[in-house]
Design a protein around this ligand. Structure first.
Ligand SMILES: [Zn+2]
Length: 327
């Protein structure tokens, strides 16, 4: 312990020394009691929500506000099909009261081992703290025939990129509202009020996005991966082909040639690319058809200015408008 050399040592008065010691013990006890109390109020009573993606985390924050702690696993600039299962996620999953997933096998390559190793029974499939958002949303491209991952297709149960339709964002927020209210009924009216507020802000934002996209309804595009069917259906774009021959399968020369021919035949000039793919093939296609490729963000966190669900659509719609208008 450091002592101030200028300060004279305390007088060795037995009586005084004892009273100082007592008051120190009392203060320490008081402090620890207060801290324990504070922990109960601000720590233990807050639900710990883990989301597999930043999009789900952003929607959980919209509803949960300061009554929940929210964290996510996959970063918005990563391919959500292929995320490294880092051990650092285990501690977070161990403490989670709720695990929200996109589902439809989006996370199948990396989440199951983390869930198993977390030894947290609540967040296992079917557990009280497991929430599969695909159950609440409108899902496109559900295969009618048999599709398995053995065929290399990473969308065997339908398209898992459904959060890119704001209507599905609304459904996800509602599912969070219901689940959080069930888990923390004392704050149910708080969650309900925040959902109503989010719903109103989203309705207003949707009008703006639709107005901006209205001049480009019916435009044809090619996308790298099948990330955009929900987005394109909502905003009136038509996807005519994909750079990947199948979801999750890298481009091949023969398929690339097919894409070029189709784009030429249908006069398609724009290729939308997710931020985690190599741009060489899209660049080559764009050059061959006299068009351009644009890196669009499929998730919150994909770019530093996309910190919430609204900014995701603001960002992408601005990029698209600039691309369509030749800026
Ligand atoms: Zn996908």
């Amino acid at each position: 312990m450091l002592r101030n050399p200028q300060r004279p040592p305390r007088r060795p008065d037995k009586q005084g020394a004892t009273s100082v010691k007592r008051s120190t013990i009392f203060s320490a006890l008081t402090l620890s009691v207060l801290l324990a109390g504070a922990g109960t109020i601000h720590g233990a009573s807050k639900l710990n929500v883990m989301a597999t993606t930043e999009d789900l985390a952003a929607l959980a924050r919209e509803v949960g506000g300061d009554k929940v702690n929210v964290d996510s696993i996959a970063k918005g600039y990563q391919d959500p099909h292929f995320v490294e299962a880092k051990p650092s996620f285990l501690l977070k999953l161990q403490k989670a009261d709720l695990l929200a997933v996109v589902g439809l096998q989006l996370e199948i390559g990396w989440l199951p081992p983390l869930q198993a190793q977390s030894r947290n029974s609540k967040i296992q499939v079917g557990g009280t703290g497991y929430l599969d958002m695909s159950q609440y949303c409108q899902i496109l491209e559900i295969p009618t025939g048999q599709v398995t991952r053995a065929m290399g297709d990473v969308h065997p149960l339908g398209n898992p990129h459904y959060w890119l339709d704001p209507q599905n964002g609304r459904r996800i927020a509602k599912a969070f509202t219901d689940k959080l209210s069930q888990m923390d009924s004392a704050d149910a009216s708080y969650f309900a009020q925040r959902y109503t507020d989010f719903d109103q802000r989203l309705t207003s934002a949707e009008k703006g996005w639709e107005a901006k996209m209205a001049p480009y309804r019916g435009r044809k595009v090619v996308t790298y991966h099948r990330s955009w069917p929900s987005f394109c259906e909502r905003f009136g774009l038509q996807v005519v082909d994909y750079v990947e021959p199948r979801p999750g399968i890298p481009p091949t020369p023969s398929h690339t040639l097919d894409v070029i021919n189709k784009m030429k035949a249908e006069n398609v000039k724009l290729i939308l690319v997710e931020p985690y793919f190599d741009l060489r093939t899209p660049n080559a296609i764009a050059q061959a058809v006299g068009g351009r490729d644009v890196v669009l963000m499929p998730s919150v966190g994909g770019a530093k200015e996309i910190t919430n669900y609204f900014q995701l659509f603001d960002y992408d719609i601005n990029l698209l408008i600039n691309a369509f208008s030749g800026k």
